[in-house]
Design a protein around this ligand. Structure first.
Ligand code: ARG
Length: 577
């Protein structure tokens, strides 16, 4: 098996720490110490450097130099054959020097590398919930960020070898569906709904809300429709199911347009409704609940949180109740080791309360993670909305991006047919949109800006696509790569190999932070380094055949890394741009 450099060093260090802490001082949890390793471009500091001795010096109350001395000895005692030496420098930094031929040999080792090499051995099952729009309403711009982020995370976990369940938790329950059913019974038209479900249902919903103002009895009627449904009314449940089915058709059309992978489970909240009475009984029996002003609540003072309502005074259940039911269902049926909930930051309190309730049910805290993210904002930094203050539908953003890309492609690619130009524009637009929503950390607000996201230079999908296409062209021209002589490689080549080898630790970082932006940052800097390599090193016209072939091998690996990175980010590899 190929040894990635950072992983190799991390293993050496953690073994050393374990021995050090057992033999020397107190017993500490070595897993809680993070090991940061920097890649160095200046050979004077080794190929990689670690500041671990500084962190440990606090734990062990010992000067960093002394800790570094112990660690160096304990690392050397493991006879690390890939290393030439380990040095201590700068008051306690550990500098690692790989053997002279490690990086060039890595090129041969890499030759066989594929997404498989990044897989971890264990096959843990993980549920990743994302997208989760609301039936009968258009997906909005928040769902767009959510869907793209969730899909990329699921792709990442998949590449790392986890067993993934892609889960879509559709909102299709709540009093608003009482309104919708009431409106449909009054003014609905089956054919119209089938033709244009979301638009039609949204109009019905808006209309009844307007009429409430003049006709308060109508509101009571709607509430009664919902109540009926909660009590199992067949007709209303059938309507609700149909709304869900029609909405899903539309959501799936959008998912296909975005080119995200298929969900394994698409389950509406209504599905859990029949399970709820039993769950409430159990929660009561476990003394988790209290009556408060007619409502049933779960007090959460112990967690410093406001109480969570799980049943309203009229007996209706709410979002939280279905959340709990869904959790129980997921755990019982799939026994996942973890569930990630990709849901906006504005629902943080809900998730804190929900996870606190889960703790009361003895569900381990580390099983659940709220993968939150911030808003998409306009160029003024305010929440992106229409002039009337409404939330912008996802479709509108997509359409706008496609037409902006079309303008660019029409200008640049007069050499191809209009049909072809449309295809290229669509691919560029979707790639750019996705990349622009992934390149920043989750908790960064994203300013929607067509110019920067479609730019062919800078940190954008077109730039990455272009870089890839450029190298792909060289490989095509070169044909079969013959005998390579790696002994002729120069520093620039080795630096590029080193950069390629970092990919593995970038994937791990992204996974640990549940944020694919590390991958974007890495691919961008890889593209920059590769471009400057391309400009300064002859490839196809290198008079030395052995080195030419070695460089072709290098480029092939480079593009493979791009391919795996693109696959995770959900970006299409374009041979032509
Ligand atoms: N449907 C909700 C919305 O659009 C999001 C649901 C999030 N998932 C969850 N398990 N609570 O805001």
């Amino acid at each position: 098996m190929f040894e990635f450099p950072k992983k190799y060093i991390t293993n050496l260090i953690s073994t050393a720490i374990k021995e050090f802490s057992q033999g020397k001082v107190l017993d500490i949890d070595t897993n809680s110490i993070s090991i940061e390793i920097d890649s160095k471009n200046n050979k004077a500091f080794g190929d990689y450097s670690s500041n671990i001795a500084f962190a440990l010096s606090k734990v062990f109350q010992m000067p960093p130099m002394e800790v570094a001395g112990y660690l160096k000895a304990l690392i050397e005692s493991q006879t690390p054959i890939l290393l030439e030496r380990v040095d201590i420098a700068g008051g306690g930094f550990l500098n690692f020097y790989f053997t002279a031929d490690y990086f060039s040999k890595a090129l041969f080792a890499l030759k066989k590398i594929s997404a498989k090499d990044f897989k971890t051995a264990k096959k843990e099952k993980i549920i990743i919930e994302y997208s989760s729009p609301n039936a009968s309403k258009p997906m909005h711009v928040g769902h767009l960020r959510n869907t793209i982020l969730g899909d990329a995370l699921a792709n990442l976990y998949e590449v790392l070898g986890y067993d993934i369940i892609r889960w879509n938790h559709i909102g299709d329950w709540g009093t608003q569906f009482g309104s919708l059913i009431c409106a449909y019974k009054k003014w609905g038209d089956k054919v119209k709904v089938e033709k244009n479900p979301i638009q039609e249902l949204l109009e019905l919903y808006v209309r009844i809300h307007k009429e409430y103002k003049e006709n308060p009895d109508l509101e009571k009627e709607s509430q009664a429709e919902f109540k009926k449904m909660e009590n199992g009314d067949k007709e209303n449940l059938k309507l609700l199911n149909w709304f869900l089915k029609e909405s899903l058709k539309e959501f799936n059309r959008l998912y296909r347009l975005l080119g995200i992978k298929k969900f394994d489970k698409e389950i509406g909240e209504s599905f859990y409704s029949p399970m709820i009475p039993k769950i409430i009984e159990e929660m009561k029996a476990d003394k988790m609940t209290e009556q408060s002003e007619g409502a049933l609540i779960v007090p959460l003072e112990a967690f410093n949180l406001p109480p969570a309502i799980i049943q309203k005074s009229d007996g209706a259940t709410i979002y939280m109740t279905r959340e709990i039911a869904s959790l129980k269902y997921r755990l019982n049926k799939y026994n996942p080791s973890k569930i990630l909930y990709v849901v906006g930051n504005e629902q943080s309190l809900h998730f804190q309360q929900f996870f606190a309730i889960a703790r009361l049910m003895s569900i381990p805290a580390e099983k659940l993670e709220h993968v939150k993210y911030e808003l998409i904002v306009g160029s003024d930094g305010k929440k992106l909305s229409t002039r009337e203050g409404k939330i912008i539908p996802a479709q509108e953003i997509i359409d706008e991006t496609i037409s902006a890309a079309q303008k660019i492609v029409d200008e640049k690619r007069k050499d191809v047919s209009q049909e072809k130009r449309q295809e290229i524009a669509k691919n560029i637009a979707i790639n750019s949109l996705k990349y622009s929503l992934l390149k920043d950390g989750r908790m960064t607000k994203i300013a929607f800006n067509l110019d920067t996201m479609l730019s062919f230079s800078g940190n954008s999908a077109p730039y990455l696509n272009y870089t890839y296409a450029r190298f792909s062209k060289i490989l095509k021209k070169a044909g079969k790569i013959k005998r390579a002589d790696i002994s002729l490689l120069e520093n620039k080549d080795l630096e590029l190999i080193k950069k390629i080898l970092e990919f593995e630790s970038v994937l791990e970082n992204s996974k640990d932070d549940s944020s694919p932006h590390h991958i974007c940052e890495y691919l961008f800097s890889l593209a920059n380094q590769a471009s400057s390599f391309y400009e300064s090193s002859p490839i196809l016209n290198d008079p030395d055949n052995g080195r030419k072939n070695a460089r072709l091998m290098l480029i092939k690996e480079l593009n493979k890394v791009f391919e795996i990175g693109f696959e995770i980010l959900g970006i299409k590899t374009l041979e032509e741009i």
